[in-house]
Ligand binder design. Structure first.
Ligand code: UDP
Length: 381
């Protein structure tokens, strides 16, 4: 008998949900993470009273009542609604694409005029069935918006031409013929009061957590500690990149603490031209309305410029590149994972792969939680 029922590798959202459910079911769990911090990429760090989203902005949003009911057990959420501003060479546009955007772009006043304009540009482009992100974008919002608000941003973000990217990426963004700047079509939305680190801390409770422990470097020894490993790291790394590496995008953040109260007046400003090197600037205090925990105005501000780059070994992976080539390679790794599961099950052991990296999927936070809850059910937790 191993000492623990579960060894959870990675203290991000998937690992935290799994741990919480397993503990609730009376299981013995050990959580490890190679970082010195919990919460994976939702980690928030306190700087002068501002919760800085250290690994990129995270705005919780979901349509899934089960997920919402679950997550609100561990935090209260504020009323933050994401509405980024796009800055195209000094012209400001509302996001997502809605009547404010169409009015600024074309001077159209009514939804019918906007719809006609989009239809006209779609026709001119001759697109009937969109085959890639470029065609999908033009058929959704027309060429002008594609050129000014999508093309440059997307090519910086993904380092690939829009004609070579899957169309689902742009379908993440709503298109509306109403005056509504809410970036998400979600029933529930907000930022956990006290930050995401606190949320994850509350999920983990008094579970034993060992930080600064690299699973893959100490696999043999760590595997002996538990019957089942819940692995939330990159699936290709688990197999030593033996079939070659899956492609990821990485992000570099340039953080600045400024001695002014307000830099850009919004949490997110996207720089949608191709020339500006960063994709967006996040001003973290606006996720909490510029206030500290006691409701006082914060005198300073922290901004982060985001630079997107191709992942290489040693970098932090952020976004899986879910195109055809990588999808096919992932399927091969998935098969290896199934073979591994079959092999070790003979010894009464198991390994579960989960999360954005473990499943190589562009999951949002709520989808990760939903998937973790599902995996728990499959495992009778
Ligand atoms: N996107 C864009 N212009 C923008 C914002 C987003 O073209 O101003 C596109 C881009 O292709 C991006 C995708 O929409 O990769 C999804 O954006 P989202 O904000 O969901 O990305 P995330 O917040 O996950 O980085």
């Amino acid at each position: 008998m191993a000492e623990y029922d579960y060894l959870v590798v990675g203290a991000g959202l998937f690992g935290a949900v799994f741990t919480q459910k397993a503990r609730e079911a009376g299981k013995k769990v050990l959580v490890i993470d190679k970082r010195d911090t919990i919460a994976g990429n939702v980690y928030t760090e306190d700087v002068e009273g501002i919760k800085v989203h250290k690994y990129g902005a995270h705005i919780f949003h979901t349509n899934d009542t089960e997920v919402w009911n679950y997550v609100t057990r561990f935090a209260t959420f504020n009323r933050f609604t994401n509405s980024p501003v796009a800055n195209y060479k000094g012209e400001l546009y509302s996001l997502p694409f809605n009547m404010y955007t169409f009015n600024k772009m074309w001077g159209v006043i009514t939804p019918q005029e906007a719809a006609d304009k989009i239809e006209e540009q779609k026709k001119e482009a001759g697109i009937t069935e969109p085959k890639n992100l470029e065609e999908q974008a033009i058929s959704l919002v027309g060429r002008d918006i594609y050129e000014k608000l999508i093309k440059g941003y997307t090519e910086k973000q993904w380092g690939r031409p829009c004609t070579e990217l899957p169309s689902f990426i742009i379908k993440r963004l709503p298109v509306r013929l109403t005056f509504d700047n809410n970036y998400f079509n979600a029933l529930y939305q907000g930022i956990p009061v006290g930050g995401y680190t606190k949320l994850v801390e509350n999920m983990l409770g008094d579970t034993e957590v060992r930080l600064g422990v690299d699973y893959l470097e100490n696999k043999e020894e760590l595997d002996k500690l538990a019957d089942t490993v819940v692995y939330t790291g990159a699936i290709d790394a688990y197999f030593g990149y033996s079939l070659g590496n899956l492609e990821y995008r990485s992000v570099r953040f340039e953080n600045e603490l400024l001695d002014i109260p307000n830099f850009q007046g919004n949490a997110a400003v996207n720089y949608t031209d191709r020339e500006t090197l960063w994709t967006r600037i996040i001003e973290h205090k606006w996720f909490e309305f510029g206030k500290d925990e006691n409701g006082n105005d914060l005198p300073k501000t922290v901004i982060s410029r985001e630079y997107s780059s191709e992942w290489k070994p040693g970098d932090e992976p952020y976004y899986p590149v879910n195109d055809e080539k990588n999808g096919a390679l992932y399927q091969k790794y998935k098969k290896m994972a199934e073979d591994e599961q079959a092999k070790i099950s003979a010894q009464g052991r198991n390994v579960i792969f989960g999360g954005r990296l473990g499943e190589y999927k562009y999951y949002d936070m709520d989808q990760v939680i939903a998937r973790a809850l599902e995996v728990c059910k499959e495992n009778n937790l």
